[in-house]
Design a protein around this ligand. Structure first.
Ligand code: NAP
Length: 481
């Protein structure tokens, strides 16, 4: 029996989870390296007005730690961050975290990973778990003159709370889930809001109802109620939305009807409705959920700008129709580099091969978790995880359980190192590609689900397949040394 040391990179939702489960499994040397001075990952970094999660809170929870205190169906971001803080505290994760340690390189050398951080510290571990999150690095728009803007300008994931919004002229570039949450949250504070839309979004209306004190008391008294709600949402997602994105025409039709009805019933001006109508299939881009966006964008101080951006000037944004949209504040709700994964960490596997080399053509992993040539290195929410289908927490839980089973072989002394074989990895990726054809993501729209080759990086099968896949590792697919 060996005693492998575990290093987890990142103290967000997945990293905290991995630390809890590895500790519970009896691993005594578990360290989380966290680049920031606080845990929480995306929920720490994103603090923009209106932030919430579009997965219902009683479902966006660890299955072993329900929370009776959620205030809303979709609780605010700060509350979600507090939840993770609370769970980390309860399970003794805080003491495992080395804050302000940004991993800059990790090298596999003779059955050992050696990691260096920006602070100059070095760490060693037999097993590394990468929990760096898929939506971590802000993507800035490719607008050359951005620096010329004389007002305040920041990315939505780097919200500058020192900048006043009240009675200001605010511009938002982008109409993804983020911009559509920010718009209703600030519309009544600002003098004018100009929303620069390049592509219209399908929006489904899901009112964010608060939980009453009475309901919270019931949850505390009877935790089974929360478990039931968790299962209910799981079933609902898996049998409706998750089926629709895989190409189930009946479910897709229903989704389309709901989004179209939302638009028809809630947007009154024909010209605005035309501008807000997408020209691609519903759910091809990440479906946006909001019951407050359409009312907000119809307020007298809101302007949906659909003319393309010509350039940024000192006073604002000039669109291709020649109009200058004067602004005091410019918010870049332009999304994330969703295909970076562990990078910019310089990851070096066997024989000095870097992840850049291994992934030169595409980010190809074995079942989203591991890469040939990178032994004992496991990813949570890695390439082709079901990011477009189900709650990420549920996915991460299944992935951690799977990694635990791999780690067990190392702990049991069956091997020192274990990595997926190239043939099995190639086969998995070929299967992915073949299955992707029937999904909604290939139906002809641009989205962050597509990689540099235009291939979706999502999961083209149903939840049952994912669950089955994660139930037991196929050890024949792995190379042990
Ligand atoms: P996003 O979905 O990638 O949207 C980025 C937006 O910026 C798009 O509308 C894009 O237009 C636009 N854009 C980018 N560059 C531009 C340019 N140069 N000029 C004009 N427009 C430009 O990013 P996001 O809204 O931050 O959301 C990312 C993901 O984070 C979501 O899909 C979701 O998974 C997650 N998220 C979830 C929630 C939630 O739980 N409710 C909230 C926020 C984020 P095009 O469409 O034309 O490319």
């Amino acid at each position: 029996m060996s005693k492998p040391r575990i290093i987890i990179i990142g103290a967000g939702m997945s990293g905290i989870l991995a630390a809890i489960k590895f500790q519970q499994a009896g691993y005594q040397d578990v360290t989380i390296l966290e680049k920031a001075s606080r845990l929480g990952g995306t929920w720490r970094d994103n603090t923009y007005p209106g932030l919430s999660c579009d997965v219902p809170s009683h479902h966006y929870s660890y299955s072993f730690e329900f929370n009776p205190n959620w205030t809303h169906l979709f609780s605010p971001g700060a509350e979600i961050c507090e939840y993770f803080e609370g769970v980390a505290e309860k399970y003794g994760v805080h003491s495992l975290i080395r804050f302000d340690e940004e991993v800059i390189d990790a090298k596999f050398d003779q059955s050992l990973w050696r990691l260096n951080t920006a602070s100059g510290s070095s760490f060693e571990a037999e097993i590394v778990i990468c929990a760096t999150g898929p939506l971590h690095h802000p993507k800035y728009p490719d607008l050359e003159d951005l620096g010329r803007f004389e007002g305040a300008c920041f990315h939505s994931a780097r919200w500058d709370h020192s900048v006043p919004l009240d009675n200001q002229r605010v511009g938002i570039i982008g109409t993804g889930s983020t911009a559509i949450q920010i718009t209703p949250a600030i519309i009544d504070r600002v003098d004018k809001l100009s929303l620069f839309q390049r592509t219209a979004q399908w929006v489904i209306s899901l009112p964010n109802v608060p939980y009453s004190e009475e309901q919270k008391t019931q949850f505390r008294a009877d935790p089974q109620l929360m478990s039931d709600i968790y299962e209910q949402w799981k079933g609902q997602f898996n049998h409706t939305f998750a089926r629709a994105v895989l190409g189930d025409e009946r479910q897709l039709g229903k989704l389309h009807e709901l989004c179209q009805a939302n638009l028809d019933q809630n947007v009154h001006d024909a010209e605005l409705k035309r501008k807000l109508t997408p020209d691609y299939k519903v759910a091809c881009k990440r479906l946006v959920m909001s019951s407050t966006f359409y009312p907000a964008i119809q307020k007298p101080n809101a302007d949906l700008v659909t003319a393309g951006i010509e350039r940024v000037e000192g006073a604002g944004i000039r669109t291709v129709d020649g109009e200058l949209h004067e602004l005091d504040v410019l918010v870049l709700a332009t999304g994330f580099h969703a295909h970076q994964f562990m990078r910019p960490i310089r990851l070096i596997g066997r024989n000095g091969v870097t992840i850049e080399q291994a992934w030169a053509d595409a980010n190809a992993a074995y079942r989203s978790l591991a890469v040939p040539g990178f032994p004992n290195f496991f990813m949570l929410v890695g390439p082709n995880s079901p990011i477009g289908n189900f709650s990420l927490i549920m996915i991460s839980e299944l992935q951690v359980d799977y990694i635990l089973k791999l780690a067990e072989r190392i702990r049991a002394g069956d091997c020192q190192a274990l990595e997926p074989g190239q043939v099995a990895t190639d086969q998995f990726n070929a299967d992915l590609k073949a299955a992707m054809g029937g999904t909604i993501w290939t139906s002809g729209c641009n989205s962050w689900y597509l990689d540099k080759n235009g291939t979706p990086v999502t999961w083209p099968w149903d939840f049952e397949t994912f669950e089955r896949d994660m139930a037991e590792p196929r050890f024949d697919d792995f190379v042990m040394s």
